[in-house]
Design a protein around this ligand. Structure first.
Ligand code: HEC
Ligand code: HEC
Length: 140
């Protein structure tokens, strides 16, 4: 019984601290959208990206550019499995008709260097949707 009472007391104490009793009639704050009113307009959905089903290397635009991925880039990369290495590892590339990973991705003994494990950190897929997402003024 004593135990039950102290549990009840603690519960009461906690609910008093929880701020549920706080006054709700505060002055309204004038929040302005960063989009400045544009949020009311319903924008059309962007075109769905369309990836070439069979990749062919896309011309590089500058030296040491990580080549763009000419096919979908949603292959699973997890701690247990790297979907990209299934085709691009030095051992499997020839059989899969894919370019093996660059020499820079290997360590001194020729083994894959796991610092390069998360491929899509550098290699991005090139889709044929032509929506300009951000302006780009990059020159060579
Ligand atoms: C089913 C096999 C397969 C898988 C899986 C795969 N690729 Fe490819 N990839 C290819 C083929 C085939 C090509 C076209 C031939 C080439 O240039 O290597 C290619 C091309 C590329 C290229 C262009 C190479 C160049 O020289 O321009 C990059 C970069 C690339 N893949 C990265 C990736 C990444 C990153 C992943 C994982 C998200 C991945 N690939 C998964 C087969 C594959
Ligand atoms: C830290 C950035 C980075 C990561 C991570 C990375 N790459 Fe690369 N990759 C590059 C760069 C940069 C090049 C171009 C090398 C050059 O031309 O000097 C390249 C080149 C390549 C090439 C073309 C090789 C050739 O001979 O033309 C392939 C294929 C490739 N990477 C696949 C992969 C795969 C698969 C993974 C993941 C297992 C991966 N890369 C992870 C930066 C990266």
């Amino acid at each position: 019984m004593k135990k039950l009472l102290s549990v009840a007391a603690i519960t009461l104490l906690l609910s008093a601290c929880s701020g549920q009793q706080a006054s709700t009639d505060m002055a309204s704050v004038n929040v302005e959208s960063l989009r400045q009113g544009e949020t009311s307009a319903t924008l059309p959905a962007q075109a769905m990206p369309n990836y070439p089903s069979k990749g062919a290397a896309i011309e590089r635009t500058f030296v040491h550019q990580p080549p763009l991925v000419p096919h979908k880039d949603s292959y699973k990369i997890s701690a247990k499995k790297n979907g990209c290495l299934t085709c691009h590892s030095t051992e499997k590339a020839a059989r899969m008709k894919a370019t093996p990973v660059d020499k820079s991705h290997l360590d001194a003994s020729g083994e894959f260097n796991n610092e390069y494990y998360f491929c899509v950190q550098c290699h991005v897929a090139q889709a044929d949707n032509k929506d300009a997402i951000v302006d780009n003024t990059h020159t060579k």
